[in-house]
Design a protein. Structure first.
Length: 482
């Protein structure tokens, strides 16, 4: 049975309520990376608990313990484990989303208050931190529950929610919880499939389903020399300068054309086949899409397949910043005593974070020795996550495809994402069931930036999409049984 029209009618009739609900969620500045905002992350968890409880879910806030952030020990936001229904004759769908957001301040260049969902009439979209990442989808699921409960419609599946408040800050504590809760008799055990709505369409017009993600290894490379700031007029030309060594090393990591220079990095990347190239060629994507999303004509190639492969199936290395370097306006003739270069590598299947970290460490150490500097070097890895790839022919994807067809009247693109959602792999490994990434937002949503938005139609149709998906899962599973 497909999603009943009384449910979709309810969704159409309650668009204003759904927008108001998203407005409330965006209004809570649940920035996980800033200790001062931690009470708001907690407030967000309570807000969700309240919404879900009102709609009949059984909700537990799981204490994940404490963390040390900026030298202070603070409480981690809880994982929200919630369930709706426990009918043994129905499949159970596990839904993951995150309720924390990236930092945002008006001074970063926002045109509007980042924590006030603001309608943009010209573009028919809503601006606000978390609008697309990931409060839009999270609230979309709540809307789905709302539409079923308030039309007296029984859900076709049981739902388990696993919602976290630390996704933007390394998902501290969640992996352990997933492993524990996947044991026999525990909360996550026995789910039929997993759905994550936390990525984006490839472009601005074609919905997609995602079956692969790149992993990530983050590095901090520190060069230290003098004990304190030195005056370049006094010490320039007389001492080894950490900044000079750091720039020399960072310039040896990657070329301007994006080729990684660390020897051995490409060793375990499978060669591309002609058949695989056809997959990328078939995707609805153009160089314009990437230039528009970047706000400048800066694609590495004019060939669509090359660009898509660069994002989906090739590793990449990006330089992010230098801590300790002078970065204010004007001139300051200082020699910084210690500087830390930050960079990361996005990994693809067959590469492992361990392998990549060892290769980078050996290479950077050897290159530093060649500099013959009296400064000292230290390389550390911070966050990391393995790449993920799953079978796009699984019934979980078929259900998502049919839901997309029903709501958008379009067959979705099947994509691999350049970003990393390590939790997809955690669920795959712990539960051994299919994980589908079913995004709500568009490729130009600007998650993490000062331009973050969600289109009104993506939010409202996205809510329909998530609801329809549940009904299609029920159909697929009953087919399976027959
Ligand atoms: Zn996200």
């Amino acid at each position: 049975m497909s999603i009943p029209s009384k449910v979709t009618d309810y969704m159409s009739q309650h668009e204003t309520d759904f927008v108001r609900r998203l407005q409330e969620a965006v209004g809570i500045p649940s920035v996980s990376g800033d200790p001062a905002s931690r009470p708001h992350v907690m407030e967000m968890a309570e807000w969700i608990k309240n919404e879900l409880t009102t709609l009949g879910a059984t909700v537990t806030l799981k204490d994940l313990g404490k963390q040390t952030l900026e030298g202070k020990e603070i409480q981690l936001p809880p994982a929200i484990l919630a369930s709706v229904g426990s009918d043994a004759s129905k499949p159970t769908v596990l839904i993951y989303a995150h309720y924390d957001v990236q930092p945002a301040a008006k001074e970063d260049g926002w045109d509007t208050d980042p924590f006030k969902l603001t309608y943009d009439k010209d573009r028919d979209c809503y601006h606000g931190r978390g609008s697309t990442d990931d409060k839009g989808p999270l609230v979309g699921w709540i809307n789905v529950l709302d539409a079923h409960v308030n039309t007296g419609t029984k859900l076709p599946v049981n739902i388990k929610f696993c919602l976290e408040g630390m996704e933007e800050s390394g998902s501290v504590g969640l992996d352990k919880l997933i492993v524990e809760e996947s044991q026999p008799g525990k909360f996550l055990n026995g789910v039929a499939c997993v759905c994550i709505s936390d990525n984006y369409w490839l472009n601005t017009s074609t919905p997609c389903l995602t079956y692969g993600l790149r992993g990530i290894s983050c590095f901090e490379l520190t060069i230290s020399g003098p004990k304190w700031d030195l005056h370049s007029g006094v010490f320039g030309g007389t001492v080894y300068e950490p900044m000079t060594d750091l720039i020399a090393l960072m310039s040896k990591l990657v070329t301007s054309q994006g080729k990684i220079l660390v020897p051995g990095v490409y060793k375990s990347v499978p060669p591309v086949t002609e058949d695989e190239k056809k997959l990328y060629d078939a995707l609805h994507y153009s160089i314009d899409d990437i230039d528009t999303a970047a706000g400048a004509n800066i694609a590495l190639s004019d060939d669509k397949v090359t660009v898509l492969m660069g994002r989906m199936r090739e590793p990449s290395l990006s330089l992010h910043g230098i801590e300790g370097a002078f970065s204010g306006p004007g001139t300051k003739t200082v020699i910084p005593p210690s500087v830390t270069g930050k960079f990361s590598i996005r990994l693809v299947p067959n590469q492992t974070t361990k392998e990549i970290e060892e290769l980078v460490e050996a290479y950077v150490t050897a290159e530093f020795e060649k500099l013959n500097s009296k400064s000292t070097m230290k390389i550390e890895h911070s966050e990391s996550g393995e790449p993920w790839y799953t079978d796009p022919n699984h019934w979980n994807f078929k259900a998502a495809e049919r839901a997309t067809l029903a709501v958008y009247d379009k067959k979705p693109d099947y994509t691999r994402e350049g970003g990393s959602i390590p939790i997809a792999l955690s669920f795959s490994d712990a539960l051994h069931v299919s994980v589908v990434l079913l995004p709500m937002g568009r490729g130009d949503d600007g998650a993490h930036s000062e331009k973050e938005k969600i289109d009104r139609s993506n939010y409202l149709k996205g809510t329909q999409l998530l609801g329809t998906y549940l009904w299609e899962v029920a159909k697929e599973v009953s087919k399976d049984v027959k």
